[in-house]
Design a binder for this molecule. Structure first.
Ligand code: PLP
Length: 356
């Protein structure tokens, strides 16, 4: 067991009211988890303290060269009042994959899980219970050496903050319109696209702003070399259902290995639905669309779980998918995954972990 010192707040905040829409990422709980790293000493001083500002040197390396890693997962309250995490070990494993790519020291898996459970337990009262709501968990590591030279830092801070979040789509699963980017690229193989790190997001902002101006809510990236193969959407992996087969781009080194992506692939296999992880070109999608075989498109990610797509814009082509409503399988994946997360469906996959 990780030894965690707990200092409780003496001035707890008021819990959000039942009618608060809990806009994503705007409300934070009473406490946070912190742990330091120092070369030679390793990870140490695990503690839970009142949620507060950090005090960092302006020369801290994270501000200048972006050495940081983050994760995102959720805790759910079941009808019987149990607290469940969804596949936390996948996030922990991925965090350490990101850490290795970014020259950040790995965090022992058991310590990471202990930290997640302890902070969620401490602020358990903040887990919202209305349908579609959950407690979003954001673990991250930042490089803290006060130094302007370029090298891996010798000191780091591991932090976990919590944010109660509402249903991603207050009106139900609202299908989105997606812009296919053919000018800028997000990542290339050999780069940091497969690590969960801020650098990938700053690279994406310019396109996101452009897409929003054109009335599209998200950007779909093509590969950085040929600008031909589908990669992923902003903060989601992407799936197509073409002529009865579910297809998603294979993990090629430049896309993020999503936990929700993995869950959908596993559900396809369990249901006997043909599923393929492979290279898929934008021309193939356009062909399928023209032939009337493009049945469904949806994104997958922790925040929205399943995000149905109703329109793709590629150069001057506009592809309308289905009848503008959520597709049959998109709905089925959403219902099954959220059912498992909330403990409503028997968890034959062993995906949920209870916080006691
Ligand atoms: C986090 C993230 C995803 C989705 O991963 P999940 O584990 O399913 O939440 C997809 N793409 C990018 C770029 C991401 O950062």
């Amino acid at each position: 067991m990780l030894d965690i010192r707990i200092e409780r707040t003496t001035t707890p905040k008021e819990l959000p009211k039942a009618d608060n829409p809990l806009k994503f990422g705007t409300i934070f709980t009473d406490h946070m988890f912190l742990m330091n790293y120092e070369t030679g000493k390793g990870w140490h001083d695990a503690r839970i303290v009142p949620y507060q500002s950090l005090c960092l040197d302006p020369s801290a390396m994270v501000f200048h060269y972006g050495q940081e890693m983050f994760e995102g997962l959720k805790a759910y309250k079941t009808e019987e009042g149990r607290t469940l995490l969804f596949r936390p070990n996948k996030n922990i494993e991925r965090a350490n994959q990101s850490n290795r790519r970014l020259c950040i020291p790995e965090i022992p898996e058991e310590d990471f899980l202990d930290a997640l459970k302890a902070i969620v337990k401490t602020d358990e009262a903040w887990i919202p219970t209305k349908p579609g709501t959950s407690l979003y968990i954001r673990p991250f590591v930042i490089a803290t050496d006060p130094y302007l030279g370029v090298r891996p830092s010798d000191t780091y801070l591991f932090i976990i903050i919590l944010s109660p979040v509402g249903a991603y789509y207050p009106e139900g699963l609202d299908p989105v319109k997606i812009w296919i980017e053919d000018e800028y690229v997000r990542a290339v193989r050999g780069g940091i696209g497969e690590a969960k790190t801020g650098g990938n997001y700053v690279a994406s902002l310019k396109s996101q702003v452009k897409a929003h101006q054109e009335g599209y809510s998200q950007v779909l990236w093509l590969d950085g070399v040929e600008r031909k193969y589908i990669e992923e959407v902003g903060a989601m992996n992407i799936f197509f259902k073409i002529d009865g087969t579910v297809i998603t781009p294979q993990l090629n080194g430049s896309i993020l290995p999503g936990v929700t992506r993995d869950s959908v692939i596993n559900l396809c296999k369990a249901w006997g639905l043909p599923v393929e992880e492979r290279k898929i070109s934008i021309d193939e999608i356009y062909e399928a669309y023209k032939n009337g075989k493009l049945e469904e498109i949806f994104g997958t990610g922790t925040a929205a779980v399943i995000s149905p797509v109703k329109e793709l814009r590629w150069e001057n082509h506009i592809m309308q998918v289905g009848d503008g409503q959520i597709g049959e399988y998109s709905q089925k994946f959403y219902d099954t995954i959220t059912g498992l997360q909330l403990g409503k469906i028997q968890d034959t996959f062993n995906w949920t972990v209870e916080v006691k």
